[in-house]
Write a protein that binds this ligand. Structure first.
Ligand SMILES: [Zn+2]
Length: 349
C-alpha cells in the first residue's frame, strides 16, 4: 500500500466516523457506531492500523502520525458523545433533588413474632424447642395419644389422609410422643409447627394453622406446676392479672382444662373483644394421660407430666386487632408492613 492510498483511507475513516458518531441519536446508536469504527476486532480504525504494516519503511513515520491523529480524534468524540447521552438519560428519568428512598428491609410475620415471644418466655423457664414431621402415621397422631378408634377427629371430614398409610398431622401433639420416645425425663419442650384440618377457609378458621404446644414430664410433677407455669406465661405475655381454668376434655390429658385470661381491654367488665364475658380463652391444657406415657415407653408409675397447646394465629389476631384470620395468609406486604411498624414501636425504618 502506498502512503497516498493510506492517507486517503485515513481521511475517509475520519470523515465517516465523525459523521456516524455525531448523528447517533441515543446510546444504542452510539454503541453501534463505536463498534463499526473503534471496535477491537473488526473496527475500521483497527483495519487501518493493520494496513500500516504494508507501508514502506521510509513512509512509516508519516503514516503512523496520521493514524494516531484519526484514532485520537474519534476516541475523543466518542467519549464526549457518550457522556452527553448519559446526562440526557439522567435528566429525564431521575429527579436528583428528591430525598433518598429508604430501603424496605422486610419484617417478620405477625404469627412468627408471637411464636418468638412465647419461645422467649418458655426458654427462661427451662424449655427447649422440638420439631418433627408434618406428615405423620395414624399411630403418632391418634393411637399413641389415646384417641379411641371411633373418635370423630379420625373422620375424613377433619383429617387429610395421604395416599397409602400417612396423614397430615391434625395437631402438634405427635411430637409429644416422639419426644418421650427419644429422651429420658426430665423433659421440657416447646413444639411450634403447622397442623392441618379439612376445614374451610373462613374468617376464624384456616385449613392449615400454626400451633404451639408444650410438654413437661418429670418425677413428682403435679397440676400445681401446670397452673403456676401457665400463670407466669399469661402474666408475661398478656400482662394478665388473673387467669381461670375451666374443666375440659382432651383424649391425651386427664384431667384437662381450658385456660382463660382476664380481658386486658375491659379488665373483666365485659366488652366486644371478650364478647361481654370479661375473659379470653387462650389455651387447652392438662396432665398427660398415663396411657400416653405408657405408649411412648415412659414408666407412668414413676413419671407424671403436663401439657398445653395454643394457636399463635389467634393470639396474633387479638394482639394486633386483626379482623380476619385470612389476612395472615395473604402475604399482603402493606398489611405486614403495618404490623412490622407497630412491632418496632414506631421506630423509623
Ligand atoms: Zn373485654
Amino acid at each position: 500500500m502506498t502512503l497516498q492510498d493510506f492517507l486517503t483511507e485515513a481521511d475517509t475513516i475520519e470523515r465517516e466516523g465523525t459523521a456516524a458518531l455525531t448523528v447517533a441519536a441515543d446510546a444504542n446508536a452510539l454503541e453501534a457506531a463505536r463498534i463499526v469504527f473503534l471496535g477491537d476486532r473488526q473496527g475500521r480504525v483497527k483495519a487501518l492500523q493493520e494496513s500500516l504494516r504494508a507501508i514502506a519503511k521510509e513512509d512509516k513515520p508519516a503514516a503512523g502520525k496520521r493514524f494516531n491523529d484519526v484514532r485520537t480524534r474519534l476516541d475523543a468524540l466518542h467519549t464526549e458523545r457518550k457522556n452527553a447521552a448519559g446526562r440526557a438519560v439522567a435528566s429525564t428519568t431521575e429527579d436528583l433533588s428528591l430525598p433518598a428512598r429508604r430501603r424496605w428491609q422486610g419484617a417478620k410475620h405477625p404469627v412468627t413474632l408471637v411464636i418468638e415471644e412465647i419461645d422467649a418466655i418458655f426458654r427462661e423457664l427451662g424449655f427447649t424447642i422440638a420439631q418433627g414431621p408434618d406428615a405423620e402415621t395414624e399411630w403418632y397422631n391418634f393411637g399413641a395419644l389415646n384417641f379411641p378408634p371411633n373418635h370423630p377427629a379420625l373422620d375424613a371430614h377433619d383429617t387429610l389422609y395421604l395416599e397409602g398409610e400417612g396423614l397430615l398431622r391434625t395437631h402438634t401433639s405427635p411430637l409429644q410422643v416422639r419426644t418421650l420416645q427419644k429422651y429420658e425425663p426430665p423433659i421440657r419442650v416447646l413444639i411450634p409447627g403447622n397442623a392441618y384440618r379439612r376445614d374451610f377457609f373462613a374468617a376464624s378458621h384456616a385449613p392449615v394453622c400454626m400451633q404451639i404446644e408444650g410438654l413437661c414430664v418429670d418425677e413428682g410433677v403435679s397440676i400445681v406446676d401446670l397452673k403456676s407455669t401457665l400463670n407466669v406465661f399469661a402474666s408475661r405475655f398478656f400482662g394478665a392479672a388473673r387467669t381461670r381454668f375451666r374443666p375440659s376434655f382432651f383424649p391425651f390429658t386427664e384431667p384437662s382444662a381450658e385456660m382463660d385470661v382476664q380481658c386486658g381491654i375491659c379488665a373483666g367488665a365485659g366488652c366486644a373483644a371478650c364478647k361481654g364475658t370479661g375473659w379470653i380463652e387462650i389455651l387447652g391444657s392438662g396432665m398427660v394421660h398415663p396411657r400416653v406415657l405408657d405408649a411412648a415407653g415412659i414408666d407412668s408409675e414413676r413419671y407424671t407430666g403436663w401439657a398445653f397447646g395454643m394457636g399463635p394465629a389467634r393470639m396474633a389476631i387479638s394482639r394486633y386487632k386483626i379482623p380476619d384470620i385470612r389476612i395472615l395468609y395473604d402475604s399482603d406486604v402493606r398489611f405486614l408492613e403495618q404490623i412490622a411498624g407497630s412491632a418496632l414501636n414506631g421506630t423509623e425504618r
